[in-house]
Design a protein around this ligand. Structure first.
Ligand code: MG
Length: 251
């Protein structure tokens, strides 16, 4: 079941989401050829700590970073490393979580490094579009399958692979709460109610759906080594329009 958040929980969660958005704002500024994923991790760690929050990922099932940094064919869960740098034409997905006063915000974005190919540009645009198509369905009275289907339709239109083994999730006191949210229709009729929060996160590939996990037991890559993109927002259902939690607060 999905927990319905109290007003106070939502307030704290929005602050957590604000911190996630601060990290992404900085990532957009600093990602350039030559920067290492460990440098990006340090920047994210310092922002989160400076906001009196906790990096949710650090130590999660033993994960050694505050961000996941996944380059090109890597889909999710790339481990920050001082020897791994990005170069012109790469894409890098940064996934980050912040826990503020016990509540979690979780958000990911895939950034181009300099100029990328037309196909990769289409992958980024489409995956972002799929995220927002999913968010638009996060409305009281809809069911989870409405979100999944909206993501699937955008991916299918551009003939992109849809990662099947990973997906969105409830979020609140913990980063991963029920329910699991698929990025394609599975017939889940779970009703969306006001004050439920879900991390919606399409992971789409330029090639096939299939993914493999590396020997480090974390890094997930596409099986055919074609590029993959990942966009994620934590979203709250309301009585009215969906509220994106992982965005900057006004003041
Ligand atoms: Mg997530």
């Amino acid at each position: 079941m999905i927990h319905k958040k109290s007003r106070d929980e939502i307030k704290r969660m929005r602050h957590a989401g604000h911190i996630v958005a601060l990290v992404h704002k900085k990532m957009k500024e600093v990602i350039e050829p030559g920067i290492s994923t460990k440098e990006l991790d340090n920047i994210a760690y310092n922002i989160i700590k400076g906001e009196r929050a906790v990096p949710t990922f650090l130590g999660y099932h033993g994960f050694p970073g505050s961000i996941c940094a996944s380059i090109n064919e890597q889909v999710v869960h790339g481990i920050p490393n001082e020897n791994i740098t990005v170069k012109e034409g790469d894409i890098i997905s940064i996934d980050v979580g912040a826990t503020y006063a016990g509540m979690v915000g979780d958000g990911a974005w895939t950034y181009p490094v300099g100029k990328v190919s037309d196909d990769v540009q289409r992958l980024l645009k489409t995956t972002e579009e799929a995220l927002f198509a999913g968010i638009a369905q996060m409305k009281a009275g809809n069911v989870l399958d409405d979100i999944s289907g909206a993501v699937e339709d955008v991916a299918n239109r551009e003939k992109l692979g849809i990662v099947r083994q990973y997906g969105g999730h409830g979020v609140g006191h913990e980063m991963h709460e029920d329910p699991f949210l698929f990025n394609y229709r599975v017939g889940d009729k779970t009703l969306i109610k006001p004050n439920m929060a879900i991390a919606i996160e399409p992971m789409l590939n330029l090639g096939c759906d299939d993914v493999v996990v590396a020997d480090d037991e974390w890094t997930v890559s596409t099986k055919d080594s074609k590029p993959s993109a990942h966009f994620e927002h934590t979203v709250l259902a309301t009585e009215d329009e969906p509220l994106i939690i992982t965005q900057l607060l006004k003041e």
